[in-house]
Write a protein that binds this ligand. Structure first.
Ligand code: GLN
Length: 542
C-alpha cells in the first residue's frame, strides 16, 4: 500500500515548492524508497497545452504524451522517474469528468456537489498514481497558495485522505516564505503563522514546515514557528536560497527532513546515499570556463518558458566541465542587430514555439549559423526554421515557408500531414508523446547517440514535407533520423558544417543532471571549439 506526502504552499507563490517536492523525492529515492509524484493544478484549463508560455511557462510533455505543468520536469530530472498523464490533474479535468458522469446519469438523480462528488473525483485521481506506479510513496503537490478560492476542493480532498488512508500513512508539509526586513535585519514569521492558520481552518495541521528565505533562519525563529504553528522544532526546516536548484536535496537532507519523514511514516529503509548527487553539485558549483550559447526565441522575456532547454544546456555543459552562459536573444528584435548579437555566441539554439511572430529573426539566426559555421541545435520549431532557411537559400526566394506561417506558400517545405488537415480543435490534437526514431549510420546524430534507435517526445502539428526532400538533400540537408516506416523526417543535419542539427522532437525533456542528453552534449562540445573571434571573420553572405 502506498503512503502519501501532501505539499501545500503558503504566503506567496514561486518560492520553489516544485523544487522542494522534487528534492524530497530525491532524498527518499536515495534511501531505496520507490517514489511517484503528482501535481494538482487548481486552474480550470483541462491542461496547460493551450496556454501562452507567458502565462504558464513551459509545457512539459510526458512520455505518454500529456501536456503538463513544468513542475513535472523538476520531478523527472531530480528523481529520475518517468511520469504519466496521471501525474498532472487540473480542476478542468476534474470538473469535466464529474459533469460527463452526471450527463451519463451515473449519479442516479442525485444533486452533484463539490463535497463529496468533486472531492471523490480528486481522491480517485490521486489514488490512480499509486495504482499505476505501485510506488511506496506518492508525493502530491497542490498548486497555488493556501487561501486561493479555486484550490479549496483540492485541500478538502487531501484533508479527507488522512482519515481514509490512516494517520500513519499521510504526511502534510507546508512550504512558506519568510520575508526579510532590511531596516531591522529580521526574518518575519507572521505570514507563515497566518497561512498555517488558514490551513488549519480547513482541517489540515502540517507535520513539517519548509521555510524558504534569503537568509539562514536562527534557532529563535524556528522556536517561534514551532510554537505558533504547533510543529516539532526539528520539523521546521530552513530552506535558504541556494546557488543551484540541484543543491536543495542536500540542504533538506542535511537539515534532517529525510530522517523525519522516514520516522513519521514508519518506513523501513537503508541510510540515504546522496554521495553521487553531492559530487555532481560540487562539480556544478566549482568555477569553470563558460561556453556561451545564444537562445533565440520569442518568449525569452519569461525564462520559465524554456525551463527544460535551460536545464539540458546546464547538464550538457557539466559533462564538458564547463558552465553554460545563455544569451537570451529575442527573435523579434534580432532583425537589424542579428550579426552583432550572434557574433557574441559560440552556439545557437532555436527552441520550440508556435505562430508566425518572431519567426524571421529565427531564420536569420539559422542563416548566420549556416554561413558562419556556428554550431546550431534546432528543437521542433527550430528544425522547421533550419529547413525553411535552407529552402530559401536553395530556391532563391523568401516564399519558402511552413504552412503554419503562410498557408499559401508556393514552397511549403514544412506542412501538415494529409490526415491532419481536418483537425479543428486546438487542445490535445498534436502529435504528442514518445515515438521511435531510427538513426542513419555515419551521421552526426548517430555518432552523438551511439545507438541505432532512440525514443523521443514530440509536441507538434507540422512535419518536414517529403515533396522537397530531394532538392534539399542535394543542397546539403541530411535526413539523419527517420520514423520506422521512413516516412517522417525526425532529424535533419547539414553536410559540410561542424555541427548543425535539428530535431522534430524535444530532447530537452529527457535530459537529467546525472545523464545529460546526447544532442545537447553534442552541441556544447562543438560550441566550446568555436572561438568567438572566429565568428567575427566576415565570410561572404549569400
Ligand atoms: N509550431 C510547430 C508545430 O506545431 C512547432 C511546435 C513546437 O516547436 N513544439 O509543428
Amino acid at each position: 500500500m502506498s503512503k502519501y506526502i501532501f505539499i501545500t504552499g503558503g504566503v506567496v507563490s514561486s518560492v520553489g515548492k516544485g523544487i522542494s517536492v522534487a528534492s524530497i523525492g530525491r532524498i527518499l529515492k536515495s534511501r531505496g524508497i520507490s517514489v511517484s509524484v503528482q501535481k494538482l493544478d487548481p486552474y480550470l484549463n483541462v491542461d496547460p497545452g493551450t496556454m501562452s508560455p507567458f502565462q504558464h511557462g513551459e509545457v512539459f510533455v510526458t512520455q505518454d504524451g500529456a501536456e503538463t505543468d513544468l513542475d513535472l520536469g523538476h520531478y523527472e530530472r531530480f528523481i529520475g522517474v518517468e511520469l504519466t498523464q496521471a501525474s498532472n490533474v487540473t480542476s478542468g479535468q476534474v470538473y469535466s469528468s464529474v459533469i460527463a458522469n452526471e450527463r451519463r446519469g451515473d449519479f442516479l438523480g442525485g444533486t452533484i456537489q463539490v463535497v463529496p462528488h468533486v472531492t471523490n473525483e480528486i481522491k480517485r485521481r490521486i489514488r490512480r498514481v499509486a495504482e499505476i506506479s505501485q510506488a511506496e510513496i506518492i508525493i502530491v503537490e497542490v498548486g497555488g497558495t493556501v487561501g486561493d478560492i479555486e484550490g479549496q476542493p483540492f485541500l478538502e480532498a487531501i484533508r479527507q485522505m488522512r482519515k481514509d488512508e490512516g494517520r500513519d500513512n499521510v504526511l502534510y508539509i507546508h512550504v512558506t516564505f519568510l520575508p526579510h526586513i532590511a531596516a531591522t535585519d529580521e526574518l518575519k514569521t507572521k505570514p507563515t503563522q497566518h497561512s498555517v492558520n488558514e490551513l488549519r481552518r480547513i482541517g489540515i495541521q502540517p507535520d513539517a514546515i519548509l521555510c524558504r528565505s534569503d537568509k539562514e533562519i536562527s534557532g529563535g525563529i524556528k522556536d517561534k514557528i514551532s510554537l505558533f504553528c504547533d510543529v516539532d522544532k526539528e520539523a521546521v526546516i530552513s530552506l535558504v536560497t541556494s546557488d543551484t536548484i540541484y543543491e536543495v536535496p542536500l540542504l533538506l537532507e542535511d537539515a534532517g527532513l529525510g530522517e523525519f519523514i522516514v520516522r513519521r511514516l514508519g518506513l523501513r529503509t537503508d541510510r540515504g546515499d546522496l554521495d553521487g548527487w553531492r559530487a555532481m553539485v560540487a562539480k556544478l558549483k566549482a568555477p569553470k570556463e563558460p561556453v556561451t550559447i545564444g537562445l533565440v526565441g520569442k518568449y525569452v522575456g519569461l525564462r520559465d518558458a524554456y525551463y527544460s532547454v535551460r536545464e539540458a544546456l546546464c547538464h550538457a555543459a557539466l559533462a564538458h566541465n564547463r558552465t553554460v552562459k545563455i544569451e537570451w536573444l529575442d527573435s523579434e528584435q534580432l532583425d537589424g542587430m542579428a550579426d552583432d548579437k550572434l557574433r557574441q555566441v559560440q552556439g545557437i539554439i532555436v527552441p520550440g514555439g508556435f505562430g508566425y511572430r518572431g519567426i524571421e529573426g529565427m531564420v536569420k539566426a539559422a542563416k548566420f549559423a549556416r554561413q558562419r559555421k556556428i554550431p546550431y541545435l534546432g528543437l521542433c520549431l527550430g528544425m522547421h526554421i533550419m529547413v525553411i532557411e535552407l529552402g530559401r537559400h536553395v530556391f532563391h526566394t523568401d516564399k519558402v515557408n511552413s504552412t503554419e506561417f503562410d498557408t499559401d506558400s508556393a514552397y511549403p517545405v514544412i506542412d501538415l500531414l494529409p490526415e491532419q488537415h481536418s483537425v479543428e480543435e486546438k487542445g490535445g490534437t498534436m502529435r504528442l508523446g514518445t515515438y521511435p526514431c531510427h538513426l542513419v549510420a555515419g551521421t552526426v546524430a548517430a555518432r552523438a547517440y551511439g545507438v541505432d534507435v532512440v525514443y523521443e517526445r514530440h509536441r507538434h502539428r507540422y512535419e518536414f514535407n517529403n515533396d522537397f526532400r530531394q532538392p534539399l538533400e542535394e543542397a546539403g540537408i541530411v535526413a539523419s533520423g527517420l520514423s520506422p516506416d521512413g516516412r517522417l523526417v525526425e532529424i535533419t543535419e547539414l553536410r559540410d558544417h561542424p555541427w548543425m542539427l535539428a530535431c522534430q522532437f524535444h530532447p530537452e525533456f529527457k535530459s537529467r543532471p546525472d545523464s545529460p542528453h546526447p544532442l545537447f552534449v553534442g552541441l556544447v562540445g562543438a560550441a566550446k571549439e568555436t572561438l568567438i573571434e572566429g565568428a567575427q571573420t566576415s565570410l561572404p553572405l549569400n
